[in-house]
Write a protein that binds this ligand. Structure first.
Ligand SMILES: Cc1ncc(COP(=O)(O)O)c(C=O)c1O
Length: 394
């Protein structure tokens, strides 16, 4: 075609030009180099994937002529899948969403996208954690929101700092938090702070977006009460089966006030209309048989063992001055390295180790002295060598 030789980028919508996309592409790029020992991507270990049992359920659905798995689903989700999610929330969080308080989504990221699409106008403010999940930064930026980052410490989001910024005039529509085994920092929000955060949402009239992607992957004691259970009037919870079942189904949920859920359902009608029925039926059957709980048990043991090995290797090799978080669940530890972690990440790749520079996880600057180490997918036998290579660069 003889069209003027210009870049199509000139025609892209302004709202798509926010930063962030290149960052994810860079992580995936690092992951794609098989020769690296990779602490880069937050992917679940394929050893946890239930291939045989998924195949068995599919076979059974085909044998009994169950058409629902192959048909379009209602936008809010199939009744059976919604019942399965509601039952899990009741069992694990002590809160059972009513029929109109729960929506099945195509993964956690879609739940965030639907919230962003439903609430955000250009220039609206979203409070995020500093650092936070890159996919959330992209979802909120995609609707031209301004992001305000509030720092984290070992007990999660600094809620006192948030309170003083709110008192000083900060007026967010949304506050996004990953309270359990946070991505990327690995920390968990204390119960006391959870209660205080819910009170702030009530006082200042913002919606808390609670991302529970890693909640079910604790290594020891149960996670503190979920924000949804503490403040069902001011919280929408975004969940995913990607880390607990497998990401190939692209399945998740949003649970919150009926008025909010109705708006998310409406927003979903012109994204993908419904989450894939095949995945919904698979998940429902898998959970009903108790297989999800069995898988979770094995996954927790596997990830706890990997963290133990990584933590021990860090203790053994890292020079004085380097600090790291000690997660009690999830996939990540967050390193603080005085003096230039971004350059270090580049040198690490040259030395055969993939790590993610911390700056990627900040919405408004920061992270120059941080690295995220993910231990979820790296082979256990490679952890020591990977950490040793990294330490040798310091
Ligand atoms: C905090 C957090 N939320 C959501 C997601 C995305 O989940 P899903 O695969 O369901 O879109 C991830 C995946 O890395 C995550 O780390």
């Amino acid at each position: 075609m003889a069209v003027a030789a210009r870049s199509w980028q000139e025609l892209f919508a302004a709202r798509t030009r926010g930063e962030g996309g290149d960052g994810i592409a860079a992580i995936l790029g690092l992951l794609a180099r098989p020769e690296l020992i990779s602490f880069a991507g937050g992917f679940p270990d394929p050893k946890t994937f239930p291939a045989e049992r998924a195949a068995q359920i599919l076979r059974e659905l085909a044998d009994v002529g169950d058409a629902s798995a192959f048909q379009y689903a209602p936008t809010q989700g199939l009744a059976g899948a919604r019942a399965a999610f509601a039952a899990r929330l009741e069992a694990l969080q002590g809160v059972r969403p009513a029929d109109d308080e729960l929506l099945v989504t195509s993964g956690g990221i879609e739940a965030l996208e639907l919230v962003a699409k439903s609430f955000l106008e250009r220039g609206d403010t979203v409070v995020v954690e500093g650092p936070t999940y890159v996919g959330a930064i992209m979802a909120f930026r995609g609707f031209e929101a301004g992001l305000a980052a509030v720092p984290l410490d070992a007990d999660g989001l600094d809620v006192d700092e948030l309170a003083s910024r709110l008192a000083g005039g900060l007026r967010p529509k949304l506050l996004y938090t990953i309270p359990d085994h946070q991505n990327p920092a690995g920390v968990t929000l204390s119960l006391e702070r959870r209660a205080a955060l819910v009170e702030l949402a009530r006082r200042y009239g913002f919606l808390i977006v609670e991302d529970v992607a890693y909640r079910e992957l604790g290594f020891g004691e149960a996670a503190p009460a979920s924000l949804l259970s503490l403040g069902p009037d001011v919280v929408v919870q975004a969940g995913t089966t990607s880390k607990t079942f497998f990401p190939g189904v692209r399945l998740g949920w949003a649970a919150g006030p009926a008025e909010v859920v109705a708006q998310l359902v409406s927003a979903k009608q012109n994204t993908d209309q419904c989450a894939g029925a095949l995945g919904q039926r698979l998940f429902e059957e898998y959970a009903r048989r108790g297989w999800l709980d069995e898988q979770l048990e094995r996954s927790r043991t596997l990830y706890a063992r990997k963290w133990e090995r990584l933590g021990a290797a860090l203790e053994r090799t890292m020079p004085a001055g380097v600090e790291w978080t000690r997660p009690n669940g999830g996939f990540f530890s967050w390193l603080t390295i005085p003096g230039g972690a971004t350059e270090l990440a580049r040198r690490a790749a040259d030395a055969g180790v993939a790590v993610v520079p911390g700056a990627l996880f900040y919405a408004d600057g920061g992270g120059d002295e941080n690295l995220r180490l993910s231990f979820s997918m790296v082979g256990e036998e490679l952890i020591d060598a990977g950490v040793e290579r990294l330490a040798a660069l310091l």
